[in-house]
Ligand binder design. Structure first.
Ligand SMILES: [Mn+2]
Length: 430
């Protein structure tokens, strides 16, 4: 059996001519129909001749050029939102046509879930829910082993993976020949752009209100696939200022609730089921709503306030005193819940909400853009040694702490640092 690398595709009609690495020209099915034909077939960019005994492997460079020729040959309606949408769309679509192996890890919340479902419309990537917001070294090694050493696999991170904590994973993936694509709207580290194709609205001074699901919907729109209703669920999941319907908000909450309870790694098909099945969706929504109402009642009983510099008020509470451990809502969602409640009552208050557990501290702003919380977390990481990692948006951020036994000391130090930060940094006057 001979294997040749396809150097060039000519024409895209009923039949396509290909020029092989040995100079031979062959007439085959169009790109989208790579299949056995007349004793020949094309698989992942290799032309296989069943009769012959010759074999050949393309160089890295030749493979790259071949992929580029297929990607650039696709005709799409380029989106004007961000230049990377075109290259990301071409890469994903071409990878599907070429049968390149692909693993997409998606943040396990409504936004990440929607992004994964939308991605499946142009590429049948293997989809894995990610419960943390970084691409770990373990994840990268697991992916490499799952790629079975096929040439040029594609690793996709949806709704996470922009920060520096994922850099090692991208090095590991690249070393195994994988290409990395990150589609995200969280603060990014410039070095990620050297290791991955990074699609992120923050690169273009667009706000993080452009959620990952929304971006993914823009990517597939380039192929005339229009699923606005799903994009809206993603916007609702992240409470985007771009707006969404009441119905989208309910679906997003049902997905978040399911994501909280689904067993690790088994979730994707369940999520598509929830979107299709109104009864499951409504039941999950009702359960979630009930749990949120109960949690808010308790949070209002136990939260304390503290007056801060620059006209800010801090509302803080111990999330471990709310409800049962390992039950919905998690501590981050509790912070959002209280922030929304205060926003409803006093929309103009410059309030910061802090939700505390022995592992994690979560901040939320009540009035948007009165402060940059992600900058505050950076400041904290520099000043305080017990923080393991942190990150987030301008209006919502969180970090993990090293030692659970020092919860009270950590809170005291964080509040002191917040006071210093507010005194030191000039605040926007909006
Ligand atoms: Mn998101």
């Amino acid at each position: 059996m001979g294997v040749w690398y396809v150097k060039k595709l000519i024409g895209r009609g009923e039949k396509t001519n290909v020029v092989l690495s040995n100079g031979r020209e062959e007439r085959v099915e169009p790109v989208k129909a790579f299949s056995v034909r007349d004793g020949h077939y094309i698989y992942e960019g290799f032309f296989v001749d069943m009769e012959s005994r010759e074999a050949w492997r393309p160089s890295e460079e030749e493979l790259k050029n071949f992929f580029a020729s297929v990607e650039n040959g696709l005709s799409i309606q380029e989106s004007e939102l961000m230049p990377e949408l075109s290259s990301a769309g071409r890469k994903l679509k071409a990878a599907a046509l070429l049968n390149r192996p692909c693993i997409a890890r998606f943040h396990n919340d409504a936004d990440g879930i929607i992004a994964a479902i939308l991605l499946s419309k142009i590429n049948p990537c293997h989809k894995v829910p990610q419960n943390v917001v970084t691409y770990g070294k373990r994840d990268a090694l697991a992916d490499l082993s799952n790629f079975h050493f096929f040439p040029k696999p594609l690793a996709v991170a949806l709704d996470f993976g922009s920060s520096e904590e994922s850099l090692d994973a991208y090095d590991i993936l690249s070393s195994g020949g994988a290409e990395v694509l990150v589609i995200d709207h969280h603060p990014y580290d410039k070095r990620v752009e050297e290791k991955a194709l990074l699609v992120n609205p923050l690169k273009h001074e667009l706000p993080s209100d452009y959620t990952t699901g929304y971006i993914m919907s823009e990517i597939i729109k380039q192929f005339s696939i229009d699923i606005d209703a799903l994009a809206e669920v993603s916007l609702a999941g992240d409470k985007s200022e771009l707006g969404y319907s009441e119905d989208a908000a309910k679906t997003a909450l049902a997905l978040d609730y399911a994501a909280y309870y689904t067993p690790y790694g088994l979730a994707y098909s369940l999520y598509t089921e929830i979107l299709h099945d109104k009864e499951i969706r409504n039941t999950l929504y009702e359960k979630a709503k009930e749990a949120l109402d109960l949690a808010l009642k308790r949070i209002l009983q136990i939260s304390k306030t503290k007056t801060l510099p620059a006209g800010f008020t801090l509302y803080f509470f111990d999330a471990e005193d709310v409800g049962e451990k390992y039950e919905f809502p998690g501590s981050g969602k509790m912070a959002t819940l209280l922030a929304e409640h205060i926003r409803e009552k006093k929309p103009e208050e410059k309030a910061i909400v802090l939700s505390v557990t022995s592992k994690m501290l979560s901040f939320r702003l009540v009035k948007r853009d009165t402060l940059d919380l992600s900058k505050f977390v950076d400041y904290l990481v520099e000043k305080v040694s017990f923080i393991v990692s942190g990150g987030g948006h301008a209006n919502a951020a969180s970090f993990k702490i090293r030692d659970a036994s020092f919860k009270d000391e950590v809170v005291a130090a964080v509040v002191a640092a917040l006071e210093d930060f507010l005194k030191e940094s000039p605040q926007p006057t909006s």
